[in-house]
Design a protein around this ligand. Sequence first.
Ligand code: P6P
Length: 337
Amino acid sequence: MSTQKISLTRYLVEQQRNDGSIPSQLRLLLEVVARACKGISQSVNKGALGGVLGSAESENVQGEVQKKLDIIANEVLIEANEWGGHLAAMASEEMDSIHLVPNRYPQGEYLLLFDPLDGSSNIDVNVSIGTIFSVLRKPEDNGQGVQESDFLQAGSQQVAAGYCIYGPQTTLVLTVGNGVAMFTLDREQGSFVLTQERIQIPADTKEFAINMSNQRHWAEPVQRYIGECLAGKEGPRGKDFNMRWIASMVADVHRILMRGGVFMYPWDKREPEKAGKLRLMYEANPMSWIVEQAGGAATNGHQRILDLKPAKLHERVAVFLGSKNEVERVTSYHDAA
Ligand code: P6P
């Protein structure tokens, strides 16, 4: 294998040249997002030395207390993406409504959605966190400018999806529909370098990820599935399982991408009117496309997540994703219920 370092830019240019799967505007947009993630990584890595830890004494649209880094990450992504001419508007977990590109800048043909800093409850305890992003095409202009309704597209309409995990390494994982590639930040060069491509998730696993403290609130199919995992080799699965829960979706999904596993955040009866805790548009959809592009599966317990038609920008969803055979099994338990 060539030892030559392939940068994110070269990878995207060669993908564009080879099969035209990445229009220039999309390639330039992805490079801007990657640069923004580098800036966020710098802030995250400073930690207490940068005065960026702790809460910002404000709440987001989800009613969650915002961390200082949540707001910093959001501002970095907004400022990086406003002027480039690739986007028409943005949406963020940290903002109630969509953010239109100011009139002083040219409008592009894409919509960018992101969770600027997922897992922020882990920031102050130095556990991996990350940025999740999703790119949609802007629908034909009906003369009224970009509306929130333009964002309400099923995940199957994404043209790019990715995340950047700020952990022991800063790693960008990306798909544009041709498989999943991983780039590690070379801090000496200041660029993302290709470190893995055509990532594949094993179809079987012995590792599940769920917040066990919520067990008494789950519906029966999840109780059944997890009960069988906990029964181990003496139980119906005939094998022992391991459990991991980092409480940072980016970190849990990255582990699954690297070695398999199944991640679950199911509906629970504490808030029966909510489908689940995680957000469809900028958490579940991008992660589901990445997982499917790596040979895994992603459902809400009943349907393929990427087929769900959103009704609201900050809509929540139950999530079961990862090793295909395990996701199909837990989904079949829902169908049988
Ligand atoms: P809990 C982080 O706040 C997040 O949105 C996901 O990254 C993570 O998987 C989940 O919530 C953790 O939730 O209830 O275990 O703290």
